[in-house]
Design a protein around this ligand. Sequence first.
Ligand SMILES: [Zn+2]
Length: 432
Amino acid sequence: MVMDHTSTGRSDKNRRIADSMRATYAKREGQVCRVFQCKIQRNKLTAGQKEELKMLFVEGKWCYNAILNSGESSSIFDYDTKSKTVVHKDKDGNDIECEYAYLPQSLRQTIHAQIKNSIRVLAARKKKGLKVGSLKYISELRSLDFKQFGVTHKIPRMNRIKLQGIKGLLKVNGMDQFYENPDYEIANVKLLNRPDGHYMAVTCWIDKDKVESKRKNNKVIGVDFGIETDFTTSEGEKIHASVQESERIKRLQKKLARQIKGSRRHARTLHLIRVEYQKMTNCKDDLANKIVAGLVENRTVVIQDEMLTHWHKGWFAGHVQHSVLGRVKSDLMRRDDVVVLNKAVPSTRFCPHCGKLNSLSLSDRIYHCDCGADDMDRDVHAARNMIWFYENNVGVGRTETSAPEIRRAIEKAFMKGNLDCHGPLKGEASTF
Ligand SMILES: [Zn+2]
């Protein structure tokens, strides 16, 4: 009798969970997702909170490794996250069993879910015939997921957060990005353990129609991503954007080389180097954000989908690595007020004056066409062409994909343009 009661109770509960999940999925269809980063203010933490933060990640690491280890004897999928004890190794490699004192069960569950998910991803890749490795034991856990807003984490007021497993409120900076806008619906939070401190990545959802309407102004600019000058706009502006490796990193690298591997001093220097690299990454992100904000302000930006990854391998590898080119580009590609041209569009070679495709070598910095059009800086010319392609709807989005298709589209657009204005260049479009 009692058994019956609990089983119907459980299936009721499961049905309710399934229903609410379905409702959430339906709602998310009409929403877009934004992720905001906030930094936890370390100097405002109590000694107890510092310890709790640290231990969450230490016990998280034990939990992660214990789950992987359980795969030796049974399926990782059957691991019981309700277990209150965990076995970990001390620095001499001896097994030590202890009770979880900090890590709540909900976080152990998300660590388990994270591992299960990684296994599924690896299995899917393997199925496709790709080479896959196996999951490795970790020496440090980098992130913890707080899944349920209102349960695992709460935001009672601006710049304060309550996290499960940590007593009191934590002070964070940067919540003004989303907190004051009631249209943002706060979802999960990822607590990040970085060399330069603890951060939070807060996921928020917003209705698509509430995202401020973009393409406000009719002004269009093209942006060409080059190697020599990082970006060139159709307005002739050239932007160099790279972050230099600091003198301190070089000094620390030299110091590290002199120290004995495995010693405390060596570990300390290694940590300082990681902090420096993190700072460099922060600088790059900041610079990329500023550039993107400057480019899209009141304008529609047209860029071309070129393969940046190829440059990483080529002669220009060193240059591309320290520049923020990749960041700016991927930020731009993700925005809905940015138009991306197909990579087969001949933005460099095309002459919008006569419709000819001229060949240029990488060393030609000036674009010249025999039709009599003014010579122009190669990159500015390419950026201006992007506007032409956008306005004539050639190679925009996924319409034409192959080079011949795009050529036909150019020809058509060019002929039409000439017929409309009865320009002197009519007929010369046959030079394709
Ligand atoms: Zn020409």
